[in-house]
Design a protein around this ligand. Structure first.
Ligand SMILES: CC(C)(COP(=O)(O)OP(=O)(O)OC[C@H]1O[C@@H](n2cnc3c(N)ncnc32)[C@H](O)[C@@H]1OP(=O)(O)O)[C@@H](O)C(=O)NCCC(=O)NCCS
Length: 206
């Protein structure tokens, strides 16, 4: 398995990346920002993505988005193909994209929003902290990405203050030691998620 910084030679994987993201969201029954192959190809082209390949088989992907004039970057679209899950691949991809973000945008705050416990765990280990949405970028283009998520009405109702996703932030100015020892409290996270769901989702959609 190799994990490399993506380039134009990986354009042929744009379709499978989109399909795998969309399929996984369907299976999880969660909201997801929709990506087109063209959108993914732009990220492959500008050297802001990493791709994991098993020979020439697609195994995983993640990309960097730049927001608010490089004040913020997000590591988005993390996906591991179902054939390669539970082997620590997402962890390796996350680490690669985090390192790439730090080297290309050393002053940027790195953030993400997620409903996934796996992502939350990995972010913690890299030194991210959970924050309110007010700590994240105000760049409207970022928040526009949420429009294709099925929970977008919640974000609108709360005037962008909260949603089912949790915001997480790595601030390079705060010397958080990413010791690998930081652990998310899974029980508390699941409880918080279920509280948010009962607050925000109508009985019909739950
Ligand atoms: C989430 C996903 C990226 C994990 O990929 P993976 O390669 O199987 O993950 P890893 O094996 O590297 O595991 C990383 C950590 O997450 C945990 N984890 C993995 N899948 C998990 C799940 N479904 N629920 C809770 N924790 C999970 C692992 O136990 C591990 O934690 P640990 O270090 O405490 O043991 C993969 O399942 C996927 O692509 N899912 C669909 C897309 C998605 O959910 N993307 C995230 C967007 S929010």
């Amino acid at each position: 398995m190799k994990i490399v910084i993506a380039n134009d030679s990986h354009f042929k994987y744009a379709e499978i990346i989109c399909d795998t993201i969309a399929e996984s969201a369907k299976v999880r029954g969660t909201g997801i920002a929709k990506r087109t192959p063209e959108y993914i190809q732009k990220r492959l082209h500008n050297g802001n993505a990493v791709i994991a390949l098993d020979g020439d088989k697609f195994a995983g992907f993640c990309y960097i988005e730049v927001w608010g004039h490089e004040k913020f970057v997000a590591n988005s679209g993390l996906i591991v193909h179902p054939d390669y899950r539970n082997q620590g691949l997402a962890k390796r991809i996350k680490k690669e994209i985090f390192n790439l973000s730090r080297s290309k945008f050393p002053d940027a705050k790195i953030f993400g929003i997620t409903t996934g416990l796996a992502v939350m765990k990995m972010n913690y280990e890299l030194g991210y902290k959970p924050v309110t949405f007010s700590e994240l970028t105000t760049d409207p283009e970022f928040w526009k990405g949420c429009q294709t998520c099925k929970n977008f009405d919640i974000l609108t109702r709360t005037e962008q203050k909260m949603c089912l996703c949790t915001g997480m932030l790595y601030d390079p100015a705060i010397k958080t030691k990413a010791s690998g020892m930081e652990k998310v409290n899974s029980k508390a996270f699941k409880r918080l998620k279920s509280i948010k769901e009962s607050l925000f989702l109508s009985k019909k959609t739950k």
